[in-house]
Each structure stands twice: as C-alpha cells, then as structure tokens.
Design a protein around this ligand. Structure first.
Ligand SMILES: C[S@@+](CC[C@H](N)C(=O)[O-])C[C@H]1O[C@@H](n2cnc3c(N)ncnc32)[C@H](O)[C@@H]1O
Length: 329
C-alpha cells in the first residue's frame, strides 16, 4: 500500500493546479494588484479578495507561507498539550483555508471544521482546493462578517491567522472575545512585524483576561518582558517557493522564510516551554549563544559550551522558536 501523501504536498499540488491555464503574466499582475491592496488602507469596508483571479493569486502566492506559519504555531501548541487532539475547529477570517490544512497536518483525521469569511470567492476557492484532500472534504465554508454581531458556535479550537491586521480596533476586540467565548484553545497568528507583534500582545492580554493560559510561545502567562517599541517577538517558518513566487519575485531561491508572531492559549491546563529560543542561535567555536525568554518573565542570553556535554549538543541542534531545554534534557 502507498504511504499517505502529507497534507503539505497535497496542498502544494492543488495550488500548482490553480494556475494551470492562467497566463503567467496575468497571474503575476493579480499578485501585484493584491500586494498593492494590502499596502493600501486596511481595514477596508469591503473584501480585498474580490474575484477568482484575486483569490487564485492569494492562494498560490501567500497560502503556502500562511500554512507554514500556522503549522509552526500549532506544533508549539501540540508540544504544550501533548495528549490533546481538537475534536472541532473554527477558522475565523479563514479565506482559502490555510489554517484548516495546517490543523490537519498537525492532528490528522476528520473533525467538524467551519471556515468563516466575508469573501465568497475565497470560500469558493478554499472549497475547491480542499476537495484534493479526503479529510477536508466535509469542511463547512460559511460567509460571515467579523464585527460586533459575530457569533461563533462552540468548538475545541479556533484559529485566526493573518486577519487582525485587516480589522478596526473594535472589530479586533470583538473577534478575540468571540473566539474566547467559543473555543477551549485559540491560536492567533500575525505577520512577524512590530505591528503584528503588537496586535498579538493585545489579543494575548484579552485572552488572559477571559481566563485563558498561554501555552506558547511564552513560558508564562504574565506580562511580556519586551519593552514596547524596543523589540518584537517573532519567529520564522521555512517555505518552499512556488513557481509563481519565482515569477513574481524573480531569483531562483528554492526557499524563503516567513516571519510571524503568534499566541496559542488554552482554557485547559497546558505545559508551556520551560524557556523559548527567541532568536536564531549563534554558533561559535565551542559555544552556542541562546537568546531565551525565561519563566521568571525575563529575557536572557545564555552561553552553552562544550563543558555542558549533552546540553551543548542539544544547543547546536536548537532552532529559533524551540523550547529550551528540549524535553529529553
Ligand atoms: C490575509 S487573509 C488571511 C486568510 C487566511 N486566514 C490565511 O491565513 O491564509 C485575511 C482574510 O480575512 C478576511 N476578512 C477581513 N476582514 C474581514 C471581516 N470584517 N469579516 C470577515 N472576514 C474578513 C478576508 O476576506 C481574508 O480572507
């Protein structure tokens, strides 16, 4: 029997198929238009993803990156809640469904899934792509506007990925309150920029006020030790570049790194990382420098040397975003 195809590969193949028959110039133009809209004034009164060309461009160009960012955040949640498997999922502002693919890549199997978005063409394309994966064929794609009137049915897991950026402050608050009321676990992902981080912290504070505990990336649920305006907490996920990427951005790099900020929080008890590696480790001769967020609400640089034996080996393997020390140390 053939081994099952991993969701990431099925997604990649489905996205590649989207652009079949679309002249490369037209695809590149749709991406340019999209990037210009995202650079313009958001929030907007109406969806940015207006038609199939916009949505196909978004999916082919951005979905692999949002998928990998959400998958990294979910892996951190799974690490903090090892026995837990969500038995339902709602993805708010889910667009073409990157987070539903990421949830499936983290916890395989079939569960009730609802994707809410106000852009009908995004939902339609999400449904079309999901048809490529047997475990995502029953997903419910539902039109819904985020705002004061938003209600979400109770579920185990709610995801909000790359959405807060498109909302007014009032709608961001309403959305976080709605997911906090509906779900036992909430994962919020934003671009890894100072503004994206600020929106994540705002949501984190609101989730904690609603009774949630932070499962990742922070080692605690107390205040973030970063002094506002001096730095921002973000991570990096490696993404294979599609042929559309290469057309639009030029160059021949096979990968790019998607920077993202996130918070994963739960109502149930979870085991956050003892500390978290918050920058790319620096490997020097005989030593590794690790920048850590630690449980006493401080940021510290720790130097791990050969004298630390196995811990030194672990430090050489440690990556930006990992828990520290690893579970087996
Ligand atoms: C950048 S896309 C992210 C899509 C998807 N979550 C992902 O990670 O790939 C933002 C999504 O939020 C949706 N959105 C923005 N404002 C919204 C609102 N007020 N109500 C419902 N959906 C909204 C957009 O239609 C779009 O699909």
């Amino acid at each position: 029997m053939n081994a099952p195809v991993p969701p990431a590969e099925t997604l990649r193949a489905a996205l590649a198929g989207l652009l079949d028959g679309l002249p490369p110039r037209q695809a590149a133009q749709a991406v340019d238009r999209l990037i210009a809209s995202y650079r313009g004034a958001t929030p907007t009164d109406a969806p940015i993803l207006r038609d199939r060309a916009d949505v196909a461009a978004y999916a082919a160009y951005r979905m692999p990156a949002t998928f990998e960012a959400v998958r990294s955040a979910l892996a951190a949640l799974a690490g903090a809640a090892p026995g837990w498997v969500p038995d339902g999922h709602v993805d708010v502002g889910g667009g073409t469904g990157a987070a539903t693919w990421a949830v499936n890549a983290t916890w395989g199997g079939v569960r009730p899934v609802t994707v809410l978005d106000w852009a009908e063409p995004a939902l339609a394309l999400g449904r079309e792509i999901a048809a490529a994966h047997p475990e995502l064929r029953e997903v419910c794609w539902q039109r819904s506007r985020i705002g004061a009137a938003l209600t979400i049915e109770s579920t185990d897991l709610a995801t909000v990925s790359y959405v807060l950026n498109e909302l007014t402050a009032a709608d961001r608050a309403a959305l976080v309150d709605a997911v906090a009321a509906a779900a036992r676990a909430v994962v919020i992902v934003e671009p890894g920029t100072p503004d994206g981080y600020a929106r994540v912290i705002e949501a984190r504070d609101r989730l904690i006020a609603a009774g949630f505990h932070v499962a990742a990336p922070c080692p605690h649920s107390a205040a973030c030790p970063i002094v506002p305006g001096t730095d921002w907490c973000h991570f990096s996920a490696r993404v294979s570049r599609s042929s559309l990427h290469r057309q639009v951005k030029g160059g021949s790099l096979a990968y790019e790194d998607e920077k993202f900020s996130y918070v994963a929080a739960t109502r149930f008890p979870a085991a956050p990382a003892p500390s978290r590696v918050i920058r790319r480790p620096q490997i020097r001769k005989g030593q590794v420098l690790l920048d850590l967020c630690e449980p006493d609400e401080r940021l510290r640089r720790r130097t791990v040397t050969k004298r630390h034996g196995d811990l030194y080996k672990a430090a050489r393997d440690a990556d930006w975003g990992d828990p520290w020390p690893p579970a087996d140390h």
